[in-house]
Design a protein around this ligand. Structure first.
Ligand SMILES: [Zn+2]
Length: 718
């Protein structure tokens, strides 16, 4: 337990929350964007906030993490039934929705390494093990493996490639180190693991070992589990090596829902998918990687490549040989999303969707069960409102996704199935790692950044004052899902842009639903390992489950406030300013790349028109109650809301991004070579990266048209 959390526990949530909740019912209601008069809604919100319960959230967490629940296992099915039962108890119209999707399970995995003299250096993988963890020996734990990994039996010389970023591979190439026929050893961190394998394969490697260096999440950071929160010597990071930047979801059905009755003829053959590697890869602990790295000679590794193992790192390629055996059992397997709905009283076709994945690599206490526990308490709160007779104006949909870990599969298949209905969905609120510690953080589409800030101003923090106040004191950006964003207006807390790595991707980047992603972070070194279990969570993340309660309140309040809003609270002025910033950045990038001939003037003009339209609409959104009533009579409120919603959709392009048409958003995508981090204006930016002037010109036109469409759509609001 660290000092910060001790303080949180000793202050106690009860008094802070009571003070805040009591306050919100008495004085005049605050002015809240999207509401002409917030008085009635303020009462509903304070009733909601009183219901989520730390103790109950802790019980959900304990139940959900009692067994390993990898997707498509009986234990995964049991957690689906638990969630469905809680949804039904709250009064949600609930169904368990199955999909049949391509998933692998490891049958056999081995790795051995030999020095130049042919002497054995190591053989593994070694089982994840520490003294005194009561969860690690459960026979239902699947051995650490890579989702979407290829089978193979390969032997080659080992080469160390740091984090396996494009610049790392370029540096090897500059040193004339040829990767053809080699086994690449890389460390976790900095980019999505699927990109590491993709790049290694592109450069000719025949196998990849990805290990956890203690510098990145082990003893270099602090005490290792079970003494502290960091990764121990045998700790391994499970994970998908799908190329998420190509498309998400079932590798055999890009753009199509993998419903159980989908014929095999409608699928890509398992060996011809477009987002899976063709070379084997294994995850390793530093216990297993150290003997290999230590034996490497050849050129010394650049200083930035040196990790925290107690020897000098070398690049290798000089006689240390690695043998990898990987047998993966690929099959179409059944997975289960749980979907719970509350029908909207006024706008039933406008969905407010909130979701979290449920499947875990092993127990997944932090990732994702803290999110599921928080969502269940949010749903508990909604259930309390329903029992008092409240009905939301818009339809609320709560979703428990399956097989997120293998490639956002449960959410993507559901989105692909409901793509048409989702054109009218007003928001998707994601939570994945709800609680790893006390530091709130969030990422969002620019139009919802201010909305998230406002919601957090209404939720008490376990540390006293509000979530917003604590967030502002200590803004943290530890989560790789949350890339650094455009600079914020003065004094505002920073929020990231949406890249990828969680279930908002299909909603936002494939079908254009305005999205947010929230979490509460802290020192967390056991990500995707057997040690991310209930005991770790209680000792390190949230001993009294008060942050689970906090996150239930934030997620639930996002949903309630959006569902009942008079005018959709999208802030397109901020969006326009962000796009102006991105335009300047990309323009500079073009100049730096010697592509100064690219004409950005039409785009800049379009951004100017979009800003003007946004400012005009912003005035309408702020209209006082009387004016809104008038608007309503003329049926113009619905017209205004429709235009506001369609504006986000206008940023999609039908043809999608070059080389990856599944990604259709012209402003945001996961980076082609980063995976987690967002790249802005991806079509243009990545054409510049590859010095392709023709493509950059074409993409600049596509982007300009999209911004103009968005501006015209906003102008249509009158
Ligand atoms: Zn997760």
């Amino acid at each position: 337990m660290n000092g910060f959390q001790k303080t949180a526990a000793s202050i106690g949530l009860a008094c802070a929350a009571a003070a805040l909740l009591g306050q919100s019912s008495a004085p005049p209601a605050p002015v809240v964007f999207g509401y002409s008069d917030f008085t009635a809604e303020a009462k509903i919100e304070s009733e909601f906030l009183a219901i989520p319960d730390a103790k109950l959230a802790g019980q959900h967490l304990k139940t959900l993490t009692a067994q390993p629940h990898l997707s498509a296992t009986p234990e995964d099915r049991a957690t689906a039934e638990y969630v469905a039962q809680k949804f039904r108890a709250a009064g949600l119209e609930t169904e368990i929705v199955p999909y049949r999707v391509l998933l692998n399970r490891p049958i056999e995995q081995r790795v051995e390494a030999y020095n130049a003299a042919g002497e054995l250096l190591m053989s593994g993988p070694t089982k994840e093990h520490v003294e005194g963890d009561r969860f690690q020996d459960n026979p239902r734990v699947t051995m650490p493996f890579h989702g979407s990994s290829a089978s193979g039996d390969v032997t080659g010389e080992a080469v160390y490639a740091n984090y396996g970023r494009i610049e790392d591979f370029d540096q090897l190439a500059a040193q004339h180190i040829d990767l053809h026929g080699k086994i690449v050893v890389v460390r976790y961190g900095n980019n999505f693991r699927g990109i590491k394998v993709y790049l290694a394969e592109q450069r000719g490697a025949i196998g990849v070992l990805i290990y956890s260096d203690p510098q990145d999440d082990g003893y270099y950071k602090g005490d290792a589990w079970p003494l502290g929160p960091w990764r121990p010597e045998t700790g391994v990071q499970y994970g998908s090596v799908q190329n998420l930047s190509r498309y998400a979801g079932d590798p055999t059905t890009p753009g199509v829902a993998s419903t159980p009755d989908l014929p095999d003829s409608a699928r890509l053959p398992a060996d011809k998918t477009g987002n899976q590697p063709h070379i084997p890869s294994l995850p390793l602990s530093y216990h297993d990687a150290a003997p290999i790295l230590k034996a490497l000679t050849g050129p010394g590794a650049p200083q930035g490549w040196q990790g925290a193992l107690p020897f000098r790192y070398h690049v290798g390629g000089t006689g240390v040989r690695v043998h990898i055996v990987s047998k993966q059992d690929y099959a179409l397997r059944m997975i289960w999303d749980v979907i719970g709905k509350v029908k909207g009283a006024e706008y039933p076709d406008e969905w407010v969707v909130a979701g979290n994945h449920r499947d875990a690599w092993v127990y997944g206490a932090v990732d994702p069960s803290s999110g599921t526990a928080a969502m269940l308490e949010a749903v508990h709160g909604i259930g309390g409102l329903l029992k008092q007779g409240w009905r939301p104006k818009r339809t609320m949909v709560f979703c428990s996704w399956d097989a997120e870990e293998q490639g956002l599969i449960g959410s993507t298949e559901w989105v692909e199935q409901h793509a048409q209905a989702l054109e009218r969905a007003v928001a998707y609120f994601n939570v994945d790692v709800a609680v790893a510690g006390p530091d709130f953080s969030a990422a969002a589409v620019p139009s919802l950044k201010q909305f998230v800030r406002e919601v957090t101003r209404a939720v008490p923090s376990p540390l006293g004052a509000t979530v917003y106040d604590q967030w502002k004191i200590a803004p943290k950006e530890g989560n790789p899902n949350r890339a650094p964003a455009a600079p914020e207006a003065q004094g505002e807390v920073r929020m990231g842009d949406l890249g990828s790595g969680s279930d908002f991707t299909p909603f936002f980047q494939h079908v254009g639903v305005p999205s947010t992603d929230i979490g509460s972070e802290g020192p967390y070194g056991v990500y995707h390992s057997v040690f991310d279990n209930y005991d770790w969570f209680q000792q390190n993340a949230d001993p009294h489950f008060v942050y689970l309660e906090q996150m239930a309140r934030v997620l639930g309040l996002e949903s309630v406030r959006m569902a009942d809003a008079d005018v959709l609270p999208y802030d397109y002025v901020t969006y326009a300013n962000s796009i102006a910033t991105y335009t300047a950045t990309v323009r500079r990038k073009a100049q730096d790349a010697g592509m100064g001939g690219l004409d950005f003037a039409p785009l800049e003009a379009a951004v100017g028109r979009f800003l003007a339209a946004a400012q005009k609409v912003h005035g309408q959104q702020l209209a006082p109650a009387g004016d809104l009533a008038k608007l309503d009579k003329l049926n113009r409120l619905e017209k205004l809301n429709r235009a506001l919603r369609q504006t986000e959709g206008a940023f999609l392009s039908d043809e999608g991004l070059p080389n990856r048409p599944w990604y259709r958003h012209t402003i945001f995508a996961p980076g082609e070579f980063t995976g987690y981090a967002a790249v802005v204006m991806p079509g243009v930016s990545e054409a510049i990266d590859s010095r392709d002037t023709q493509r950059a010109k074409g993409q600049l036109e596509v982007l300009t048209r999209a911004v103009d469409r968005a501006g015209a759509t906003l102008n249509g609001a009158e």
